[in-house]
Design a protein around this ligand. Sequence first.
Ligand code: F6R
Length: 616
Amino acid sequence: MCGIVGYVGPRDAAPILIQGLRDLEYRGYDSAGIAVMPNTGDEIAIRKREGKIANLEAAVRGGVPLQGGTGIGHTRWATHGRPSDTNAHPHHSCGGDVVVIHNGIVENYAELKAELKAAGHTFASETDTETIAHLVEQQVTEGLTLSEALRHTTARLRGSHAILALNRKEPGVIAGARIGNAGGIVVGFGEGESFLASDLAAVIAHTRDVAFLRDGEFVTVTASGVDCFDQDGRTITPERRVVPLDPVSALKGQYRHFMLKEIMEQPVALSDTIGSLIVVDPPELQLMALGAAAARLKDTKRVVLLGMGTSLHAAMIGRRYFELFAGIPAEVDNASEFRYREPVLDAETLVVTVSQSGETVDVLEAMAIAREAGSAQVTICNVEGAQTTRVADGAVYTRAGMERGVASTKTLLTSIVALYCLALATGKARGHISPQDLAGRIRDLVILPEAVASVLADADVYEQMAPALARFNDFLFLGRGLAYPVAMEGALKLKEISYIHAEGYAAGEMKHGPIALIDREFPTVAIATRHALRSKMVSNIEQVQARGGEVLAIVTEGDTEIPGLVRYTVSIPDVPELLEPIVATVPLQCLSYQIALQRGCDVDQPRNLAKTVTVE
Ligand code: F6R
């Protein structure tokens, strides 16, 4: 959460920082700010505004021009202190010489603040971050360099942090620290200039030559170079890599919203992902990034799948694949619950995490537990080099391209494909799946892009339904088997972008409570496709309608019965059962999108949310 960006070089920092913040706005949009340090050693200038980056831009345009080639910027998702101009980052020390931006939570900020106040420091904001500026200032006043002061300061902070700092007395220098899993710091190596950012989105337009700081690493960047250190100040060599990410996929292009663009990109995202994970003739898997995990698949006796939000729904679908293809017990858990239990893990357990960003704090903490237990780990991720991929023994990458809409769409579909392939690979390594079955399951994947494209070809249907459906304030989503996580995903999409209350339930649960909610004002979306225990779903539909509830049914093309029963129907093509969730999710995404538009919601940046959740 929160996006941070830094630039040092011969160009004016301000426009580069603002563009970088635009690229990171999906991480938080409660407020935004930049600090620019003149090359002359004059005062560091700060501009910050509550609300979206457009407000900051207006403030920068309307004020005294910000000149200087060194600066830092921040887009905030508020934790301590409400969104306001004052609480926006950057924060400065009392003297104004030290300026910091921060992603994370200073868990002991109250005691630090009391100590600093007692020592005469005055605070301008309600944030925990401001304590960092004051602590760094104390150290530089005692003669330490900015980089040393940051190391000493972080030793006093509890929690996880990504921090960038400036010191007026050190023009042309930015110091950074990454402690724990609050968020990454990417260092971008340019020609005579250097970049820092929370993630690649803000760096990729300038350079593909990057390094990711690891937990406990510090960085000092100038225009001419980058130095990395450990907590004790020992120099370390950052692991540089050239990233292949395509910046074009981050542009909205002809679409009104990133979410719509990303929904429409799903056939391509699927075909790129499938093409990277299999060869068709002869059918074979090619999971190139499995690394050390490849050799451990054959000894796997149990699988634990972990994720959050939409990625958890992918994991729920993945569980079935492992049980079926590998013939081993598979469990699925919410990473934030898992990390606070005493989970039973061992070396024969394969832990599979799903995280499109690879930055989600609860997933990373769960992975640390799995590593401690000696379990093999594979992560499903959409960002090459992201944190989860560096902790896991191996990765299965989705090739969805960058996802900018806060609501995940294309990364869900491609994550399900990745799980399917990983489960097949596990089944093959364990000798559980026959070569014929394996070949058939691989071939099945090939039809997916076309099937999803055919659902998207009917996108007008949702536009027509949306006005009538957008008036409801509650929805029930029901599914059985693999359609249960699809129902949960449908409910999640609707609530996050249209702020409508929605419940996703296993349809068998309906009579155990939720049915009490049903009336004319509480419609139901029923996933009643051929493979989703259709006849049982028909009973659910009838029971809902008997209580006056309206039903929208997702059915398989050719179904002539259900459309006659319900008010609204959407048909999807008939695809193999195990792949049906991929196709059945698409109408629910389109429906949520259209309902959110009808209700005038900000689809790409829904209130209170951020794309990457790096704080608890
Ligand atoms: C919902 C959504 C979130 C994410 C969740 C996990 O549309 O996007 O629920 O799925 O925050 O994020 P990742 O996959 O990056 O770990």
